[in-house]
Design a binder for this molecule. Structure first.
Ligand SMILES: Nc1ncnc2c1ncn2[C@@H]1O[C@H](COP(=O)(O)OP(=O)(O)OP(=O)(O)O)[C@@H](O)[C@H]1O
Length: 256
């Protein structure tokens, strides 16, 4: 399957997802351009997480397909989708709490290189100097080098999310999916994360971001798609979306 525009790295093509009688996603057609930051916003229950889960292979769409870089992802397992260059930062970080921050950040690079990772590899971590150096560099980038020897489980929620971002960056993904990257963070940590995500953008990484915090959305997004009731009700630049009466009615005037 191809897309009309060569710059499109991800195409969610006519995707539907039902849960029993509930239409969580209907007629979703979404095209994500290479190197851009594309935000998906919408009120609670709009279908945002379901959409991300379909993209990363955690949920099979009832109909339609997800195409990444010309390859159909639909039907692939989450780890296979990860291997082709799609990484996701979760709303709740998935980390190894009893390992140090540095070890956590090294693991995705080892898993990517070796195809899998088991805790048996732990003993060899110290010998992995190249990956170790890169992990330290990544921790420096996310402002967490000073915490590299702390146990990951002891970090604050904001630091866990920054560490998880470093874990994703170690995979050098072509597409980074961020599910509420600043949820639960203080305003200060939120602004640090915005700066960090801007820095990643300068490196040309494509990002899809789900976010309730409009400050974050309008600071980062090149394009916004608005979901409501499982459908895309508006799409455009931040300015276009901000001024769209349908959006104001469905979203901006609502609970958020
Ligand atoms: N596994 C599931 N089984 C049944 N219904 C589900 C399931 N996952 C999501 N839903 C329903 O699908 C709809 C969309 O949910 P989803 O979590 O995708 O919305 P969201 O936009 O991410 O919401 P929020 O902003 O609150 O995270 C909701 O009505 C939700 O209750």
């Amino acid at each position: 399957m191809t897309t009309e525009n060569d710059n499109i790295v991800l195409h969610v093509a006519d995707v539907h997802k039902t849960f029993g009688g509930l239409h969580a996603l209907s007629d979703i057609d979404l095209q994500i351009e290479e190197g851009k930051t594309h935000a998906i916003i919408g009120p609670n229950g709009a279908g945002k997480s379901t959409l991300l889960n379909v993209v990363v292979g955690r949920l099979a769409p009832t109909r339609g397909a997800v195409v990444f870089d010309g390859q159909v992802l639909t039907g692939k397992q989450p780890h296979e989708i990860n291997q082709v260059g799609v990484a996701r930062v979760f709303q709740t970080p998935e980390i190894f709490p009893d390992l140090t921050v540095l070890q956590n950040v090294m693991i995705p690079a080892l898993a990517k290189r070796d195809g899998s990772f088991t805790l048996n590899f732990m003993s060899s971590l110290a010998d992995e100097t190249e990956i170790r150096d890169e992990a330290i560099h990544m921790l420096e980038d996310v402002g967490m080098k000073a915490s590299m020897d702390m146990l990951a489980g002891s970090l604050s929620r904001g630091d866990k999310r920054r560490m998880e971002l470093a874990m994703c960056l170690m995979q050098h993904p072509r597409l980074l999916l961020l599910d509420e990257p600043t949820a639960g963070m203080s305003r200060h940590d939120t602004n640090t994360t915005i700066d960090l995500l801007k820095k990643i953008k300068e490196r040309g990484m494509t990002k899809v971001i789900i976010e309730h915090d409009m400050h974050v959305v309008f600071s980062l997004a090149d394009k916004i798609s608005v979901l409501a009731g499982g459908r895309i009700i508006a799409e455009g630049t931040p300015e276009e979306v901000r001024n769209n009466p349908k959006v104001q009615e469905a979203y901006l005037g609502g609970a958020h």
